[in-house]
Design a protein around this ligand. Structure first.
Ligand code: SAM
Length: 213
């Protein structure tokens, strides 16, 4: 039993901050299993060529690839992740985009982002808020970096479904959906859409908001 607990604790730790060989292997898994939610989040941004956008907590980088494709050669993508190993891996995978100045990568937390105020047309953050302690503070920081009117999309697993996963008791903060929605509005990010990925009560949530002008 203790071995299983230790394993689940290790999985939770890796999901919150992937590192080392196991972290890189996990990142490949995340890129596959989270591709549809990532695609839905990127679609919900409705940004065009030439935009400046960000993936905050990009993990394995599937969202970065989708955003680079979406904004085209004239656009710019910022990728931010707490894990230096994920930032190094993305730097290798997307070295041409980094060299061309189309992709900027930062090893930093959502709590204090090295991103200029009102510089982003839009941003996504997917499967990250479970690891955030001060959600209100983080959302205020997200508002700061968005241009007025910029879209902000939060992707999260259904909290009821996630509460049954064996690793979530080890450090995940599973907030009720209504709490996340209220925090978004309070931060100045009113809802413009609520999309689902998957079917049934427990489908993945894509909360689409826009910074008030
Ligand atoms: C479960 S992974 C999700 C990755 C990707 N967005 C996806 O859906 O596949 C969570 C990612 O968020 C990052 N992360 C966790 N807390 C963070 C924070 N406070 N600020 C920035 N990134 C964070 C982790 O390092 C990890 O790469």
């Amino acid at each position: 039993m203790d071995v299983r607990r230790d394993l689940m604790r290790a999985v939770a730790g890796q999901l919150g901050k992937p590192h080392g060989i196991a972290g890189r292997a996990l990142a490949r898994v995340l890129n596959k299993t989270n591709l549809e939610p990532m695609r839905a989040a990127v679609d919900a941004l409705e940004v065009g060529a030439g935009s400046t956008v960000a993936d905050l907590g990009f993990g394995g980088g599937a969202g970065l690839a989708l955003l680079l494709e979406r904004v085209g050669p004239q656009g710019r993508v910022l990728g931010l992740d707490l894990s230096p190993d994920m930032v190094s891996a993305a730097g290798r995978r997307f070295r041409r985009d980094v060299a061309a100045g189309r992709l900027l990568l930062h090893a930093a937390g959502l709590e204090a982002m090295p991103i200029q105020t009102a510089s982003l047309d839009a941003a996504i953050t997917v499967n990250t808020i479970y690891f955030v302690t001060d959600l209100d503070g983080v959302l205020r920081e997200c508002v700061r970096v968005l241009k007025p009117g910029g879209r902000f999309v939060v992707g999260l697993g259904d909290p009821a479904a996630m509460s049954h996963m064996p690793f979530t008791p080890f450090g995940f903060k599973l907030r009720p959906l209504s709490e996340v929605q209220t925090a978004l509005v309070t931060a100045g990010l009113p809802a413009i859409d609520h999309r689902r990925v998957g079917t049934g009560q427990r489908a993945f949530h894509v909360l689409v908001t826009r910074r008030v002008a």
